[in-house]
Design a binder for this molecule. Structure first.
Ligand code: FAD
Length: 326
């Protein structure tokens, strides 16, 4: 495959977690490929992000300009299109900025566009075979995309295995001059302000252990037993969609295709049936423990360990056992 380009997001001088996932996806596709990171911004924050990227990627192409301090896809697209060669494969994370940047970038590069892939299965007859969820995760499709004219693909965060730094350092190459050679485009949109997420919001995507509750918790008051277990385990509490629909927990805790994709080391699914929409957010979980009173619940097909019991009785017992063991 030769060279694969990945566009990296960063904030406050730190790369987003998706950087390691994009590298992992590129190397899974072709272990011999040279994966080149594209990092845009300005000042010390950009330098710091490039340094971090150089700990992961053999080559980091830096694009610096004061107007790039605040990300703007309209501004960045033509600059990237001047750097990425025709016919190349470019990967981005399918988060807000990636979704904004990628389709127009594909148009500028005259490349194919693949959105929100959850797996890349390799190449066959000059085509990339990828897996996508459609109809909100109710159907999983396998698509083949022609690579002849190049491809811009966005990958779902959390769905790809992250690669840890190899310890060796890559080269940071300043490509600003080439990227800015044709000048900056006339913009029809401009940056106004950054609105920070509400303080106290949980980030279940970063949790190593999740105690996840579903409709089997039966009552809002019973949530306490899940929070007690989470506290004993040093875990966060997440949930299925009906719990959010009932307004028992906030949307930020919802796992699934219309919620968050999580990748904990341990996921305890408590009273969750295992719908395709819920499982769609679970692809990255390393070890799943399902607790459900119905032995035929579909979640047991995804689980590494299953416990057929009533969570209302079992979770407090488990909490005491965890506390005892500690
Ligand atoms: P249920 O399916 O009702 O399952 C409850 C489970 O609890 C059952 O298996 C039952 O046996 C068990 N149980 C009951 N009482 C106990 C007890 N005392 N002890 C032990 N077990 C017990 N869902 C999501 O989760 N995330 C999403 O992002 C999402 N997106 C969606 C998007 C669309 C477009 C649509 C149409 C649906 C979406 N859904 C999503 C909803 C999804 O289809 C399911 O309805 C939902 O996942 C079911 O949640 P649940 O497993 O908690 O509830």
């Amino acid at each position: 495959m030769g060279t694969i380009f990945v566009y990296l997001m960063h904030q406050g001088g730190r790369l987003h977690d998706t950087a390691r996932e994009l590298l992992g996806a590129g190397l899974t596709l072709d272990p011999a490929a040279q994966v080149v990171a594209l990092v845009a911004g300005d000042g010390p924050a950009l330098d710091s992000a490039c340094q971090e990227a150089a700990g992961l990627f053999p080559q980091v192409w830096k694009i610096a300009h004061p107007d790039l301090t605040q990300i703007n896809a309209e501004l960045l697209r033509p600059l990237l299109a001047r750097l990425i060669p025709a016919g190349a494969l470019t990967l981005l994370a399918h988060e807000h900025f990636g979704m904004d940047l990628a389709p127009g970038l594909a148009v500028k590069l005259d490349a194919a566009y693949l959105a929100d892939a959850v797996a890349l299965e390799g190449t066959r007859d000059g085509r990339l075979v990828a897996v996508r969820d459609i109809l909100s995760g109710m159907v999983r499709t396998r698509v083949a995309v022609d690579l002849a004219g190049g491809l811009v693909a966005t990958l779902r965060p959390g769905a790809f295995k992250a690669v840890e730094p190899a310890g060796s350092y890559g080269l940071v190459i300043d490509k600003s001059e080439d990227a800015l050679a044709g000048g900056l485009p006339d913009l029809r949109r401009r940056y106004l302000q950054t609105v920070a997420a509400e303080a106290g919001d949980v980030d279940i995507t970063k949790a190593e252990v999740l105690v996840s509750v579903g409709r089997g918790i039966e009552d809002e008051e019973n949530l306490e037993i899940a929070f007690n277990l989470a506290k004993a385990l040093g875990a966060e509490v997440s949930c299925s969609r009906p719990i959010v629909d009932a307004k028992w927990l906030e949307k930020a805790r919802q796992v699934g295709t219309s919620g968050k994709t999580v990748r904990p080391k341990i996921y305890l699914a408590c009273g969750i049936s295992g719908s395709s929409q819920h499982l769609g957010g679970l692809q990255g979980a390393s070890f799943v423990i399902a607790i459900n009173k119905n032995a035929k619940a579909p979640i047991f097909q995804r689980a590494d360990v299953g416990v057929v019991t009533d969570i209302i009785k079992f979770l407090p017992q488990l909490t005491e056992a965890v506390k005892g063991a500690r």
